[in-house]
Design a protein. Structure first.
Length: 84
């Protein structure tokens, strides 16, 4: 006498299974986007730190706090760090 909505729409277990699969896909995409955003933010901060270090090194060299040999040595170390 009384029909529930699933029977009227031809649903039941197969529809619930597809709903679960789509929910897993949805949450997988959300988690993947969050991971990408975190990676992007963390890689940008590393690049900014290296840029700041290079600027500080240039300032110390221009003030005469370090000599040319020390400047070149540290600059090469920063460049190697940036490549990793």
């Amino acid at each position: 006498m009384w029909n529930n909505g699933a029977e009227c729409l031809g649903g039941g277990f197969p529809m619930m299974m597809f709903g679960g699969i789509f929910m897993l896909i949805f949450w997988g995409l959300v988690i993947w986007l969050i991971v990408l955003a975190i990676r992007k933010l963390s890689s940008g901060s590393k690049s900014n730190q290296i840029d700041n270090a290079v600027n500080l090194l240039r300032q110390r060299y221009s003030r005469g706090e370090i000599d040319t040999e020390e400047y070149r040595k540290r600059l090469n170390e920063l460049r190697e760090t940036n490549e990793i």
